[in-house]
Ligand binder design. Sequence first.
Ligand code: 4NP
Length: 159
Amino acid sequence: MKSIKVLTVCLGNICRSPAAQGILENVSASRKGFTLTLDSAGTAAYHTGSAPDVRSIKELKKRSIDISQQKARQVQQSDFEFFDWILAMDRSNYQNLINMAPVHYHHKVVLFGELPGMSVLGSVKDPYYDGDEMFKVMADHLVELSTNFLNFLDQPQNK
Ligand code: 4NP
């Protein structure tokens, strides 16, 4: 079966992108026709080697998704060659990725909430400085964006 390689990216790689990886893995498990090879990374290196934020781990655990074994890392140049899609959580992440990426890989970098040809579903707000409630909002939003992304991949031109 075809495997599509997807990297989820936020700033610190401890709140949004590890949660996006876990949710995409969970949501895609029931899809036929392709599998996803997933990883996540941050545009910054502040938290390299750290486990996801405990609030992301807790919120996903409530949904029976375990992301506790992930380790933060920074985006590296080889990611732009290896991955088929690089999903930015917000506009700032998107711009940082575009600034890093070789021009011939720019087409792989997309805003998770504004996929080409799909409805605009908005940026994933950084919950790092917020309370637990915003981690629930983040996870609900990521479920919606993940389902939308799988519908995007179902279109023949995006496989
Ligand atoms: P993330 O959230 O980009 O969703 O992982 C953040 C985590 C850490 C920081 C900022 C955002 N920080 O400034 O340390």
